[in-house]
Design a protein around this ligand. Structure first.
Ligand code: B1M
Length: 209
């Protein structure tokens, strides 16, 4: 089995200790960082399907998430872009009630590579915390909200509404995450939407230029 396939199999199994070494070996074998990242995203899709079908439960999902995060740490230096540009500060977080952070972390990594200074508020971020971060950080040009649960889409809506009516300005709002669509983004008044981390970085640049 090629190392990249082993990466996928071991993310699915949640082998957090093995995955970093396998990612390094896949890189050494000549696999592109982007392909390794994609195969780990695919592995999480498999994990999600197994959870939906009742084959696995929350602890196994958590272990897979840990394994992927460890793998991403090895990939990070290989995904770096042109950080010599300065596009201002991006505040990023997963909205209130939502603990999923892998997608948000990938978006953070790509947006940072695109030339933003990153302030990552983590997960389960309240509207107030997003607003405080815009107030207390310098040159905020972008606020990025991630959400993975259909049940936390209302929290995303509330966050965007509060940011837009806060009287603060000089920044754009981008939203994304598996249940979020372009239509939902526009309905809740976000300035931008992206389907994945790569297009989030492209959109982020367009929004602030
Ligand atoms: Co949860 N979970 N989970 N989970 N989990 C999902 C999302 C689910 C689809 C699984 C399923 O049922 N098939 C389902 C949601 C169903 C729904 O809402 N319709 C679900 C559920 C139900 C739950 C719980 C409610 C389970 C329970 O407790 N009974 C619970 C909720 C906890 C909470 O948040 N309050 C829960 C918990 C967890 C864990 C904590 C165990 C763990 C997360 C750990 C962590 O993140 N550190 C977990 C995991 C791992 C998943 C799956 C399996 C994988 C998520 C992931 O990391 N994907 C997921 C199934 C799936 O996704 N197929 C699932 C890989 C990641 C790279 O993709 O995050 O989609 P993603 O990010 C993408 C894009 O969405 C986009 O870019 C990324 C790719 O480049 N993107 C953005 C993301 N944010 C963006 C922001 C942008 C732009 C693009 O702009 C700002």
């Amino acid at each position: 089995m090629a190392k990249i396939e082993e990466v996928k199999a071991n993310v699915e199994k949640g082998k957090a200790k093995l995955v970093p070494g396998l990612v390094q070996e896949a890189l050494d074998e000549g696999s592109a960082a982007g392909d390794i990242l994609q195969i780990m995203v695919d592995a999480m899709g498999v994990v999600g399907e197994r959870f939906s079908s009742g084959e696995i439960f929350v602890p196994e999902m958590l272990m897979a998430a840990k394994a992927m995060s460890k793998g991403v740490e090895v990939l990070k230096p290989h995904m770096a872009g042109d950080s010599s540009t300065n596009l201002g500060t991006c505040i990023i977080g997963t909205v209130k009630g939502d603990l999923h952070d892998i997608g948000k972390n990938l978006v953070a990594m790509m947006v940072e590579s695109a030339g933003f200074t990153l302030v990552d508020l983590g997960v389960d971020v309240s509207t107030e915390k997003f607003i405080d971060a815009v107030k207390t950080n310098e040159n905020v040009t972008l606020v990025a909200c991630s959400g993975l649960l259909t049940t936390t889409m209302p929290a995303m809506k509330d966050t965007v509404a509060a940011l837009k009516s806060s009287g603060l300005n000089g920044f754009k709002v981008i939203v994304g995450g598996a249940p979020v669509t372009e239509q939902f983004a526009s309905e809740i008044g976000a300035d931008g939407y992206a389907q994945d981390a790569g297009s989030a970085a492209v959109k982020a640049k367009q929004l602030v230029n």
